[in-house]
Design a binder for this molecule. Sequence first.
Ligand code: NAD
Length: 433
Amino acid sequence: MAVETLTRETAVESSQLSHHERDLFEVAVEQFEIAADVLGLDDGMRRVLSCCQRELTVNFPVEMDDGSVQVFTGHRVQHNTGPGPTKGGIRYHQNVTLAEVKALAMWMTWKCAVVGLPFGGAKGGVQVNPKLLSRTELQNLTRRYTTEIQPMIGQNKDIPAPDVNTNPQVMAWLMDTYSMNVGYSVPGVTTGKPLVLGGSEGRNEATGRGCVFAVEQAAKTLGMDLTGSRTVVQGFGNAGAVAARLMAELGSKVVAVSDSRGGTHNPNGLDLAAVAAHKARTGSVSGFREGEDVANDDLLLLDCDVLIPAALEGQITGENATRITARIIAEAANGPTLPEADTILYDRGVFVLPDIFANAGGVTVSYFEWVQDLQAFPWTEQEVNQRLRQIMTRAYEAVHETSQKYKVHMRTAALARGIARVAELNELRGIYP
Ligand code: NAD
């Protein structure tokens, strides 16, 4: 079977690697230093937290369908084990580098800390274009990579999850391989599994749902009524389509949505079920009969109150930030806003809910999945959603308070909040020996 049918829609994925010329880990460290300055973090702790604790590179063979042998390179990085076991996805992409995996692992540490999860950050990746593999090759690659990184992972050590180009099926193979290697089933070794294998209710919707919980809190702060507000969503995929639907359920008019091929706009509000059906039929939201096509660059500038970037990184730039009309930007995507745009938006009074907070619903429900697996006791979707709301609301209050205290925008506040927590618990644990 061709792999296209197996992987989730991933137009987003290739661009995620677009800034590879720059060492992404340097970017992550720069961001860390800014927040560390705000906190007045001491030099020793800066040294500890600005590097990754464990980095593993593996080169491993896979026998291909034609009988040839290919060697693939993969990584697994744990940024900091101070908070507890580490957590982070595994991505399959031809441009994966160790620097990228390290940056993503560091960001996972801050993300988990912002929402108060008992995890340090980790990330994994294999340099491969999975779309060129058959299902058998993909399974073999996953099983061998899992075996190679097995010394690092485990339900009490480091718990992977899906990321770019990996999905519940890949997690099922990973879980099975780990379980076969130890001789008994260990569902808690990974999250993002299919429901029947110990996945969690509500996981698929968690990122979009958490993002909308964040918007609700921001609207309260701004004294803004979401009923009758207008929302624009860039990226009608997993995170974006759910966020759009939930905004509509709150009474907001979703006036535009887009995907990699373009967008559709209707100032009176789109019928999202009809848009989804159109996309299922044609492969894109563009060309939707009850909307006007809008180019991807123009979508971000449409008149709206809430803008949810849920596609790619680097979308909101110094150039378009001056012309964005939204009052709230909720970053369902990772890294959609460039640093120069942050300052412009802050000065213009646009309220940005930063990615490490706004899309933390995904890892939060992954945490719930892990807890359910450890207890062998599944929760209802209602329980999952209610606990997610509680965590997102508390985290919002904490980040907002930090932003007021240090007079910084919400991104620096979220980073500072996460870093302060990780620094505190590393300080309390001390240095061994
Ligand atoms: P996805 O592949 O399901 O959806 C991405 C969507 O973006 C697709 O509809 C794609 O067509 C669209 N897109 C691609 N290029 C575009 C462009 N130029 N303009 C407009 N739309 C474009 O991916 P996803 O899981 O929804 O992830 C989206 C973002 O959210 C990523 O940045 C991801 O890292 C982040 N995120 C996702 C999760 C999760 O649980 N899914 C968790 C945390 C963060």
